[in-house]
Design a protein around this ligand. Structure first.
Ligand code: PPS
Length: 575
């Protein structure tokens, strides 16, 4: 099958699926094996291991493979491979494992996807890994944040035998494996194929760039967007795929194809570009487009980019011969109104004005309901983006109050509730501290652990309300910063999150003592009472700080309404 197409990396296209009978035997024997529930990232990695997207790998890396890859991007036999593909697990799980054991790898629903035969189990130096692979240990880099903040401390290496690929119900006909794509290319007689990697919606600049690239090397075009895991905050893949589908008819007939790649990106810039090229080679592509800041993680806290804009091109250039895929490098594309055309930045005819719209500006326009011009995007793409990211005035949001008991959170939240109901337009739900304790968290106490569970539950409900376009008003004490931030992270991607610190002082709250709880706390009758015998961590990230010792509840609620108007959550949409 691979006769007239580019050979896969390492020579053979890996396929780790066992036949049905062997699968049943594995499943039967797995009853006595330990099970590992794969994380979303691990499921993505497994899928590409199983279908050969990661050829020549045949399992999660062993220690020797891992060390070689981290150190100089080489597998033990010398094959180039730039990215560690490891199975990270908890220490408790790792303790139960010995070399030679088998593990059932399961998806989130508990379905067994594969068996892994353990070769080794070790504690990696994850900071050293971050430094070598990403060139930094700064957790502002999303790949590093995952590695140092969210991955398990122990790695398990070993070969995989797969029973079935991970299950997807979305866009099934567009999810082609390397073997399926190769078969399709063969059927169409395509031998020269240039792949375009993306994690963003595609606009006119991308369309013109891909078209130019294809013409330049006289190749067919594969639009190959990542739909596994991309950079946090990216446009969701459902919306993106609808945008790509809307764009495809703009290419000349029978020259371009769309296929989705279930890759978990690491945002590793240069190393990632080499990795992406190898993956595309495995999918049968001969050429690979690398633009400005390929797989870039953005800037560090000081605003300095982690990698130079053309570092990725530099690294792939060094290795393209060895890989056997040809890089098609591109500079940033800019619009030249006089010619109604896009040019690579360094090819703009002298003296002509150029135009561009940054990602931040795009997001602002979508948020505020301002049009994206037709020189920038195709109307069908804009329509899709608008459908899924309505202007703020039509999005859901959460106002999350925090403050001491008796600070007036509930009173302000109740006034705000009434004002929002009077305005109409969206359903409003009040998740008051006491009410939540009665209906959602009645079994919980006031230890740190229980308070955190309580806040997570509130956050979950609020995020669902927000996601579905409603308004959630939450009024718990929420004394701990970390879990408040967790809630912000849950809600941010689905709508607005406004943290309001009701900052009445302890003296004021205790002076009011409306429920008589402070007296009881002082007498030691109530233990772990916030502000008296338990901590309250003042937020430093609140959008608003309102001191109800110095203003009425009506004033406080009105201030919040004004803030919501200023931010565009309520009021008329801009034209
Ligand atoms: S937390 O920390 O956010 O989970 O607390 P929360 O669920 O908001 O608390 C709800 C009400 O419980 C009463 N209460 C206490 N508060 C603090 N500490 C202790 N130990 C405690 N025991 C009972 C208190 O009335 C809280 O309501 P508010 O409306 O804040 O006064």
């Amino acid at each position: 099958m691979t006769d007239h197409l580019i050979a896969p990396h390492g020579g053979t296209l890996v396929d780790l699926l066992v036949d049905e009978a062997a699968g049943l035997t594995l499943k039967d024997s797995s009853r006595d094996w330990p099970s590992w529930d794969l994380t979303p990232r691990q499921i993505c990695d497994l899928e590409l291991l199983v279908n050969g997207g990661f050829s020549p790998l045949r399992g999660f890396m062993t220690k020797t493979e891992y060390e070689g890859v981290c150190k100089d991007m080489r597998l033990p036999d010398g094959t180039l491979w730039p990215m560690p593909i490891t199975l990270d697990v908890s220490e408790a799980f790792a303790k139960t494992l010995r070399a030679g054991d088998r593990i059932a790898l399961r998806d989130a629903e508990g379905v067994m996807l594969a068996a892994l035969t353990v070769e080794d189990v070790w504690q990696p130096d994850r900071s050293a890994e971050a430094k070598k692979v990403f060139g930094t240990t700064d957790q502002g880099h999303p790949g590093v944040a995952h590695l140092l903040g969210r991955s398990g401390p122990t790695y398990v290496g070993g070969k995989i035998e797969a029973l079935q690929p991970p299950v997807h119900y979305d866009y099934r006909s567009l999810r082609r494996t390397p073997a399926e794509l190769r078969a399709e290319f063969k059927k169409l007689g395509w031998t020269k194929i240039v792949a375009f990697q993306t994690r963003n919606p595609m606009h006119r600049a991308h369309q013109e760039l891909t078209l130019r690239a294809a013409k330049e090397v006289e190749a067919s075009l594969l639009i190959h967007p990542v739909v596994g895991m991309t950079k946090p905050g990216d446009v969701d893949h459902y919306t993106r795929v609808r945008c790509y589908q809307a764009l495809m008819p703009s290419y000349p007939k029978n020259t371009a194809m769309l296929s989705l790649l279930p890759l978990a990106m690491r945002m590793g810039g240069p190393r990632e570009a080499v990795w992406h090229a190898i993956i595309r080679k495995n999918h049968g592509c001969t050429h690979f487009i690398v633009g400005r800041d390929h797989a870039g993680p953005g800037n560090d806290a000081k605003g300095k980019p982690f990698y130079g804009p053309y570092d990725a091109q530099g690294m792939l250039k060094e290795h393209q011969k060895e890989i056997g895929i040809e890089m098609v490098p591109f500079r940033l594309m800019v619009y030249v109104p006089d010619h109604d055309t896009y040019y690579p930045q360094d090819e703009v005819p002298t003296g002509l004005e150029t135009m561009n719209i940054s990602g931040t500006e795009q997001r602002r326009r979508l948020r505020e309901g301002i049009e994206l011009p037709s020189w920038f995007t195709f109307p069908a793409v804009e329509e899709e983006l608008r459908r899924s990211s309505p202007a703020r005035a039509r999005q859901g949001f959460t106002v999350f109050f925090t403050g001491l008991s008796g600070s007036g959170k509930s009173t302000v939240a109740n006034v705000l509730l009434v004002k929002l109901l009077e305005m109409g337009g969206r359903p409003v739900t009040l998740l008051d501290g006491d009410l939540v304790r009665k209906h959602l968290s009645s079994e919980l106490g006031f230890s740190k652990e229980h308070r955190d569970i309580n806040i997570r539950r509130i956050g979950f409900v609020a995020s669902e309300i927000t996601k579905n376009g409603g308004i959630a008003l939450c009024a718990p004490i929420a004394p701990y910063d970390a879990v408040r931030k967790e809630v912000r992270r849950m809600i941010d991607p689905v709508g607005g999150f406004i943290l309001v610190h009701i900052a009445a002082s302890l003296e004021v709250c205790e002076g009011r003592d409306r429920k008589g709880l402070y007296a009881k706390a002082r007498a030691g009758i109530i233990k772990e009472f916030t502000g008296i015998s338990d901590p309250y961590e003042e937020p430093e990230d609140a959008e608003m700080v309102l001191d109800t010792g110095a203003m009425t509840a009506e004033e406080a609620a009105h201030r919040i309404i004004l803030h919501l108007e200023k931010e565009g959550y309520i009021g008329a949409e801009k034209q």
